[in-house]
Design a protein around this ligand. Structure first.
Ligand code: GLU
Length: 464
């Protein structure tokens, strides 16, 4: 049997990083077993679902590279209403479901009583049983369809992350599977879909643990083999609270893209958030899919750690291909108003500075002063620019002007004799030189930086 997993987002907003992790684990599990990873858009909530959100979700998955393989086979629940109707009919015919004509008032009364007595809400008054007389069918009420849940015993499963879970059937309602207007309800659609899509492993957030026994009973009524279930614990914010936009947490995957996180770093970070393989922190998705097993997923919630995310991102930036980084940096440099023109190749700049940044925006800033001198910050000036600096820089510019070969080595060779001549230490040359040329004291090796910026431009900046 082909291992088949799915990611089933509801398109009611942005793509949450918790959702991306769920998708990642589902994808990795399928990859590991050479199976299939499917995508289903759970858009039956017509009021809250939007096409815009579908697109945001697809873009987000596309950005991290998690859905490309089956784009043409995406299942949309709204396109499956006929199929759901057919299965409702089947359940009715087989006696696994029944019509219920309760009015709103009756249901409200039942709810009150259930709250008082702590029982299941619906009193099953329309549930047909041998020897039971059903109420008279009222006028003017369209019935809902309810599922005949088992009355006693337990519904249990071995969760692949959480272990044994068991719920007494008495605690479960005869849930509505089709509303009075004929539309199917959530838990029912999920079962029909998982069945039709051949899902063997349902991997999802643990906010769905309560739905699972309801779904299991529907699977059983349909005579289907149960899939395995794996419920992933939540992701908490850095304070240990549920991660949420309202608490100011970075939640939407697009925000991470804007922050300058690389998609492979995002996946690497999310992979480790709640799963471990020894001490491995930095790895590729090939390694991850080879290693991934649900038994290594932690059963307790994990906490966001933005420092770690940035560290992993920095490692992936170092490992990234420079030509690719060029494409990623151009729009960011444009945003900073930095023109990428002239003979200075961005790829060469990146090669020199890429190990100094933990995100792409910081990397863009590292590249920017090669093209346009930065405005020096006051603290740097106070620290490194003394009263002799201006004149000394002019004297050094004269030395630079005389160089016939312009290279990091030839520039470097000027340093020691110049410092000896001026009677200063290297720091008194290097830092003001950085400020004079780059407008910032934070640069890599100054000889290499000057070599790359080019003689003409260096002299223009120093003399300007
Ligand atoms: N649509 C559900 C959600 O976004 C997922 C349901 C499932 O995976 O079974 O939370």
């Amino acid at each position: 049997m082909t291992v088949t997993t799915r990611f089933a987002p509801s398109p009611t907003g942005y793509l949450h990083i918790g959702g991306v992790r769920t998708a990642l684990y589902s994808w990795a599990f399928a990859q590991h077993h050479r199976g299939k990873f499917l995508l289903r858009i759970e858009d039956t909530d017509l009021e809250r679902s939007t096409q815009e959100s579908v697109e945001i979700i697809l873009q987000g998955l596309n950005w991290v590279g998690l859905h490309a393989a089956n784009q043409d086979k995406i299942v949309y629940q709204t396109q499956r209403f006929d199929r759901y109707k057919e299965v409702v009919k089947q359940l009715l015919e087989q006696g696994h479901a029944y019509l219920c004509y309760c009015s709103k008032e009756e249901l409200a009364e039942m709810r009150e009583r259930a709250e008082r007595e702590g029982t299941a809400t619906y009193d099953r008054r329309w549930r047909p049983e041998v020897g039971k007389t059903l109420p008279e069918i009222p006028q003017g009420i369209e019935p809902v369809v309810r599922f005949k849940n088992p009355l006693d015993g337990v519904t249990a499963w071995t969760d692949l992350v959480k272990g044994e879970i068991s719920i007494p059937n008495a605690a479960l309602d005869d849930l509505i599977i089709a509303r009075a207007d004929g539309t199917p309800t959530y838990n029912f659609c999920v079962v029909v879909d998982d069945l039709d899509m051949g899902v063997t492993h349902v991997i999802r957030g643990d906010d769905h643990v309560n739905n699972t026994p309801k779904q299991i009973n529907i699977f059983k009524a349909l005579g289907a083999k149960l899939p395995e279930f794996a419920h992933l614990p939540m992701i908490l914010n850095e304070q240990g609270k549920k991660i949420s936009k309202r608490s100011g947490d970075t939640v939407a995957i697009t925000e991470y893209e804007d922050m300058g996180i690389l998609p492979e770093a995002m996946l690497n970070y999310l992979a480790r958030l709640g799963w471990a393989h020894g001490d491995d922190e930095f790895f590729t998705m090939e390694q991850f899919t080879q290693w991934f097993d649900l038994k290594d997923v932690s059963a307790s919630p994990s906490r966001m750690d933005s420092k770690k995310l940035l560290w992993i991102n920095g490692e992936h930036i170092k490992a990234a291909d420079n030509a690719r980084l060029v494409d990623l940096l151009i729009p960011r440099l444009q945003k900073l108003g930095v023109p990428i023109s002239g003979s200075l190749k961005l790829e060469d700049v990146i090669a020199l500075v890429k190990d100094r940044a933990q995100d792409l925006n910081a990397l863009a800033n590292e590249c920017a002063y090669f093209y346009v001198k930065a405005t020096p910050d006051e603290a740097d000036v106070a620290k490194h620019w003394d009263e002799d600096a201006a004149a000394r820089m002019q004297r050094f510019a004269d030395k630079l002007a005389q160089l016939e070969t312009w290279s990091a080595e030839s520039i470097h060779d000027l340093f020691k004799p110049f410092c000896d001549e001026e009677g200063i230490k290297m720091g008194k040359l290097g830092m003001p030189l950085r400020l004079a040329v780059c407008g910032t004291a934070k640069t890599p090796s100054v000889d290499a930086v000057l070599a790359l910026i080019g003689k003409e431009e260096v002299l223009r900046r120093m003399r300007g």
